[in-house]
Design a protein around this ligand. Structure first.
Ligand code: ATP
Ligand code: MG
Length: 285
């Protein structure tokens, strides 16, 4: 039977979340010790563990059918892959930073300067766009120390909180691009593989939808029911069940996590009691 081969990062910032995402979709792997290629017994997929740098190439060549990788690596490797889905984790930006005490007049600052980076392709594209002539010093790690050791006058690197920059006395002056984990795919997958991919995407969307929502239960006096039902958006309409105590009902519904506190306040103000919110594991509309 046909299988979909998924490339994920072997070890690093994306590995755990990539595997967790598959596990939440009830796709697990029988890997006693970490094999290079792990099989799933409950879904027609196998996982290939790679350095994140190599994932775009493996997917472009069709050695892996899809891959979970940072958008920054997709941009840097510039391979022929389809962007299938944004995943919303490993969010960061790729920015230019210079020593804190330097004045920054704009991108012309970088004319004639040397910039250290692990992302020469993305940086060169940006410099071309801006009409800036700078020298790129490609290094593979610890980019942030390059200015203090005299290797470069500026850096172009991943930033998330900015803490690393501050502790190296650097300041972020240009955000060149944003990045998050994405699924990329080989263009023109076979129909059988596309079907497996669609099933996988359906599961991912089901899990992501449920994560943003809470199952909510509450008790309400019957004479306030109508008002309270208005306050509960729910999937279609809430479930109402009589309580043993006369004149009271129990209501069940679904509330978006972001709205939970606001909704709970209004429910309380309208006579609801015993409000419970419970995580939802799967949610299919
Ligand atoms: P590999 O050994 O696989 O080549 P790596 O060292 O190149 O790993 P990691 O540091 O594990 O890469 O980062 C993997 C990806 O996670 C990056 O390409 C980026 O998309 C994202 N990422 C990196 N640093 C951060 C951060 N501080 N915050 C959020 N996302 C990040
Ligand atoms: Mg890497």
């Amino acid at each position: 039977m046909e299988k979909l081969r998924i490339a994920i990062q072997k070890s690093g910032r994306l590995s755990e979340k990539s595997l967790a995402l598959l596990e939440e979709c009830d796709i697990s792997f029988n890997q006693g010790k970490r094999l290079l290629l792990a099989q799933s017994s409950d879904f027609p997929v196998e996982v290939l563990f790679l350095r994140d740098d190599d994932i775009p190439q493996y997917v472009a060549d069709g050695v892996a059918d899809i891959g979970i990788v940072g958008e920054n690596e997709v941009l840097e490797r510039n391979r022929n892959v389809d962007l299938v889905k944004r995943l919303g984790f490993a969010k960061c930006r790729i920015s230019l930073a210079i020593p804190q005490d330097e004045e920054y007049p704009g991108p012309q600052y970088f004319n004639g300067k040397r910039i250290a980076t692990s992302y020469p392709v993305i940086l060169q594209n940006y410099l071309n766009e801006q009409g800036v002539n700078a020298e790129i010093e490609q290094i593979s790690g610890s980019v942030e120390i390059a200015p203090s050791i005299g290797l470069a006058q500026a850096i172009f690197d991943i930033v998330s909180s900015g803490g690393t920059l501050v502790s190296n006395r650097l300041k972020e002056v240009e955000i060149v691009t944003h990045s998050e984990a994405v699924i990329v795919g080989t263009p023109g997958l076979s129909a059988a593989k596309q079907k497996i991919l669609n099933d996988l995407l359906f599961r991912i969307e089901t899990v992501q939808r449920s994560k943003g929502n809470k199952y909510i239960l509450l008790n309400a006096p019957n004479d306030k029911l109508e008002k309270i039902i208005e306050l509960l958006p729910g999937i279609k309409s809430p479930t109402v069940m009589p309580l043993y105590q006369e004149g009271w009902s129990s209501l069940h519904s679904v509330v978006n996590e972001k709205e939970f506190w606001a909704v709970a306040d209004r429910l309380k103000a309208n006579g609801a009691e015993g409000i419970l919110a419970i995580p939802i594991e799967k949610m299919i509309n």
